[in-house]
Ligand binder design. Structure first.
Ligand code: G3D
Ligand code: MG
Length: 182
């Protein structure tokens, strides 16, 4: 009988309200955009099963935090036990890009040494773009993060983002391979 091992990796999705965090998670885990969902109250999570190889199955537990500061009390529990942080900005909203720094500062208080991913979302809104790809790449380099540009509307690059991250987490925690994730 083959010995299949299962792992659970919690990852946290961060960024200003409106950048598309909930939409990304919904599109990736359920292939839906603009289904009936409510503004995230506090935090919620979705699970995606990923097969790394024939012996290794992972459940990616993707947590999505509401931006409202009134829910600040949920933050410690939200960050606790995260294996990675995903920072999302909206390429049509410069403020959301500038604010990434604050999200990094906050997350670093709880989970300082985990792989980071930076995401420029709403890639489909080409005409409204105000943050360039090179700016995104430069910030990612500064944060020692991997950079992706996605659209929660079309789904572009979401599969790649989460599969790459899951592979990285298996390498780090199952195979004990330490290397940078950029
Ligand atoms: P949040 O969870 O980060 O707060 P949401 O963001 O997922 O609630 O998305 C905020 C708004 O942006 C939603 O529109 C959503 O449909 C839209 N959105 C999210 N991702 C994308 C994207 O990739 N492309 C486009 N075009 N829109 C996106 P509403 O109108 O409901 O506020
Ligand atoms: Mg949300």
């Amino acid at each position: 009988m083959r010995d299949v091992r299962e792992y659970i990796f919690k990852v946290s999705v961060l960024g200003n309200g409106g950048v598309g965090k909930t939409s990304m998670v919904l599109q990736y885990t359920e292939n839906k955009f603009k289904a009936n969902y409510l503004m995230t109250i506090g935090s919620n999570f979705a699970i995606k099963m990923l097969r790394y190889d024939e012996n290794t199955v992972c459940r990616l537990q993707i947590w999505d935090l509401a931006g409202q500061s009134s829910f600040a009390f949920v933050r410690p529990g939200f960050y606790q036990g995260s294996f990675a942080t995903i920072y999302v900005f909206d390429i049509t909203d410069r403020e959301s890009f500038i604010d990434i720094e604050n999200w990094v500062k906050e997350a670093d208080q709880y989970v300082p040494n985990v792989p980071r991913v930076l995401v420029g979302n709403k890639l489909d809104l080409t005409d409204e773009r105000v943050v360039s790809r090179s700016e995104g790449l430069a910030l990612a380099e500064q944060l020692n993060a991997r950079y992706y540009e996605t659209s929660a509307k079309t789904g572009v690059n979401l599969e790649k983002l989460f599969t790459d991250l899951n592979n990285k987490l298996v390498e780090l925690h199952v195979l004990n391979k330490k290397s940078s994730f950029q």
